[in-house]
Write a protein that binds this ligand. Structure first.
Ligand code: CP
Length: 309
């Protein structure tokens, strides 16, 4: 089985194989939308999309990707309440059961390590669509593709992650991909309550990653190539008071954007709450909706890779 659980499992050649297929995926979608009949590479496959946490982009783009490629989709969009997990079924038994029906399982779950648990017993390919604050590999790949498309390179970049650095699975998915390329430098900007944890800091140090941790945004703005804003992950807080204290720590406003380089890009995995003022949406450097669009094509390319195509 070719499970996709963590971006650190992908070698540079795997990443480049997936990214190189993305423009063809866009072409395939454009052809289908204009009514051209084309061969569908996943005809006959069934893909289960099982989401134990809310999602708009990941679930619907994986479902669209599957359908565009000719697969059929079965789905549980509120699996926490509406699947037999609600009766106490384990992730392993859910994986064994879904493997009886589907060729691949795309799963989002609130528990860190859940996709790995399922992959240990599943006889269908497992694609991690987000497991707690741990990983979101397809997001990492679509973010990497977006940076390559916008900047024309994946090396010699200064990348700033801003907000909930502690709980961001998108950060933990993108960084291992960007460190496959030389001379990338990272700024992790957060309130003190949401700093990197010791384990992740050690991972960065062990891998000789060039990084700085900061608690203010302004000083770095004139030099960054990628300004990656993140949502404060309310669902990861033990109590609401702790969330309320930090939720508005970093809000990007036009005065910040005025300090960015002309070719810098602003990214966000979305959904945004108020981390980016809507006035910024019209700025050509605001790449977050292009990023979401890329997600469809990257997920199509990823599904082909999963099936060895
Ligand atoms: N970026 C992302 O994972 O969005 P959704 O939660 O809407 O899937």
């Amino acid at each position: 089985m070719r499970h996709i659980l963590h971006t650190n499992q992908l070698k540079k050649e795997d990443v480049e194989h997936i990214l190189s297929a993305v423009p063809k995926m866009k072409e395939l979608c454009d052809n289908l939308r204009s009514g051209t009949r084309i061969e569908r590479p996943l005809e006959g496959k069934i893909i289960a999309c099982v989401f134990f946490e809310p999602s708009t982009r990941t679930r619907l783009s994986f479902e669209t990707a599957s359908l565009r490629l000719g697969a059929k989709v079965i789905s549980a969009e509120n699996a926490r309440d509406n699947s037999s997990a609600q009766k106490g079924e384990t992730i392993e038994d859910t994986g064994r059961t879904l493997s009886c029906y589907a060729d691949a399982i795309v799963m989002r779950h609130y528990e860190m390590g859940s996709a790995e648990k399922m992959a240990k017993v599943a006889t269908a390919h497992v694609v991690n669509a987000g497991d707690g604050a741990n990983q979101h590999p397809s997001q990492g790949l679509l973010d990497l593709y977006t940076i390559q498309k916008e900047h024309g390179r994946l090396d010699n970049l200064k990348v700033s992650f801003v907000g909930d650095v502690l709980n961001s699975r998108t950060l933990r998915s993108l960084v291992p991909l960007l460190i496959l390329y030389p001379n990338n430098k990272f700024y992790f900007i957060s309130p003190k309550e949401l700093k990197l944890d010791d384990e992740y800091r050690k991972f960065l140090q062990d891998n000789n990653v060039d990084f700085v941790e900061l608690d203010e945004l302004n000083g770095t703005l004139p030099e960054v190539d990628v300004l990656y804003m993140t949502r404060v992950q309310k669902e990861r807080f033990a109590n609401v008071a702790d969330y309320e204290k930090v939720k508005d720590s970093f809000i990007l406003i036009p005065e910040h954007v005025a300090k960015l380089k002309g070719d810098a890009i602003i990214m966000h995995p979305l959904p945004r709450i108020n981390e980016i003022d809507a006035e910024i949406d019209g700025d050509s450097r605001a790449a977050y909706f292009r990023q979401a669009q890329n997600g469809l094509y990257v997920r199509m390319a990823l599904l082909l890779y999963v099936f060895g195509l």
